[in-house]
Design a protein around this ligand. Structure first.
Ligand SMILES: [Ca+2]
Ligand SMILES: [Ca+2]
Length: 415
């Protein structure tokens, strides 16, 4: 080992704990992993040491090691490198778009899950606690405790927040259902709710799902309390109210099943609504495709078709609630290697399709839960008693082949 390599090594070992605590992970972790083994380790250090002192005109100069871009690999770069030394390269480090996870406050006291969330993801979506039912305790009264806790957690960990959702027919507060005033008073109360929530998180939440699942299976505006009270054009007005409350926040329409074989009419209805909004100048920035799918359906070509329709309209695309069932028919009592590999293949298909979206329209990919036991399919009893393992981390909180698939899709893009 050359003398300066040794000195750098001693310095690195001594400085790492100090610098890691000082650096707010601003050094590009993925870039410091020079050999691409997903760990900033001694091999990377030796490569760095060998190039130390080189300027851009010299042989052996490696621009990746010139972190501050001043055309020489010097002590500044060394400090940047040491700040991430020993760290592993995870999803959020490889992706140049937000990789999100749905989160509930009950997981914030679970150290293992918190650690997974912090190192894996760069965005959170409230799994339940940012919906009207938990927030809106009465007309003009609010309970912010859990929604605030999620937003605080995200800010403390340099993550962005996708707000979900301003309105959903399955999260209606009792007072809205029992509202005794006339329709105009009802709409005024809804508008006040939306305005208050959007303004409270202005500048702290980058985006909102304004309406979740507003189109039914036949492609019509879903018949619910809101369409009955405000008429079928209520969705457009809610987008306008949200925009008035925050001119900068991104506004999304979010829905499920739109690439399923049974959902041709539903998809057409959604696309018609988007066209209508754009014709009339209703403020909408993007579409969330929930992407609750299985290892075998729907076909990736159908998913790509839906993605293309959104891209053609110039809207941002959010794969907003990704999970992939491996036991839709209930034939498994344990996950099999074969099924886990098929799940991995699906992740690669979805992520690769997302990478083909123009960069400016790639809003992000959000996974609908941290680890398999947390899935809504089980927690909300949606798997009809069948065991299910639809997420990226398993029952023991270990990364699954599906996780590796996401990593592979990121590493292989453009190659
Ligand atoms: Ca490495
Ligand atoms: Ca430099």
């Amino acid at each position: 080992m050359q003398k300066h390599t040794k000195i750098l090594l001693y310095l690195a070992l001594g400085l790492t704990p100090i610098l890691t605590s000082l650096a707010h992970a601003q050094t590009d972790l993925a870039r410091a992993d020079f050999d691409g083994n997903r760990k900033v380790d001694i091999q990377d250090f030796l490569a760095f040491a060998a190039a130390f002192g080189k300027t851009s005109s010299e042989e052996g100069f490696d621009s990746r090691m010139d972190f501050n871009g001043d055309n020489t690999v010097n002590i500044q770069d060394f400090l940047a490198f040491v700040a991430v030394f020993g760290q592993s390269v995870e999803l959020k480090d490889l992706a140049d778009y937000p990789v999100g996870v749905s989160l509930q406050t009950k997981y914030l006291t679970d150290d293992t899950r918190v650690s997974i969330v912090k190192k894996t993801f760069s965005s959170i979506t409230g799994g339940w606690e940012m919906k009207p039912k938990p927030i809106s305790t009465g007309p003009g009264t609010y309970n912010w405790r859990r929604a605030d806790a999620l937003v605080d957690f995200a800010e403390a960990n340099n993550m962005q927040v996708h707000g979900h959702t301003l309105l959903w027919h399955n999260a209606v507060p009792t007072w809205m259902e029992n509202f005794s005033g006339d329709d105009a008073a009802f709409e005024a109360a809804i508008k006040e709710y939306i305005t208050t929530v959007v303004q409270r998180y202005r500048g702290r939440v980058v985006s909102w799902d304004v309406v979740n699942e507003g189109i039914d299976g036949t492609g019509k505006v879903r018949d619910n309390l809101f369409s009955q009270r405000m008429g079928n054009d209520y969705i457009a007005r809610l987008f306008q109210y949200a925009r008035e409350a925050d001119p900068d926040v991104l506004l999304f329409y979010n829905d499920y099943g739109t690439s399923q074989p049974w959902a041709r009419a539903k998809r057409a209805g959604m696309l018609n609504m988007l066209d209508d909004f754009q014709t009339r100048g209703i403020p909408i920035d993007g579409v969330g495709l929930q992407m609750h799918i299985s290892y075998k359906s729907p076909d990736i070509s159908a998913i790509r078709e839906t993605i293309d329709e959104i891209v053609r309209r110039g809207l941002k695309l959010h794969i907003s609630e990704l999970d992939i069932r491996i036991n839709p028919d209930g034939d498994l009592s344990e996950p099999t290697q074969e099924r886990l590999e098929l799940q991995k293949k699906r992740v690669i298909e979805i992520v690769t399709a997302f990478h083909q979206v123009p960069e400016a329209q790639r809003f992000g990919i959000t996974i609908w839960g941290i680890a398999d036991p947390d899935t809504w399919l089980i927690q909300a009893g949606r798997s009809q008693g069948r065991p299910e393992w639809p997420l990226l981390f398993d029952d023991h909180l270990q990364p699954k082949p599906a996780y590796d698939g996401f990593i592979e899709a990121l590493q292989n893009r453009g190659h």
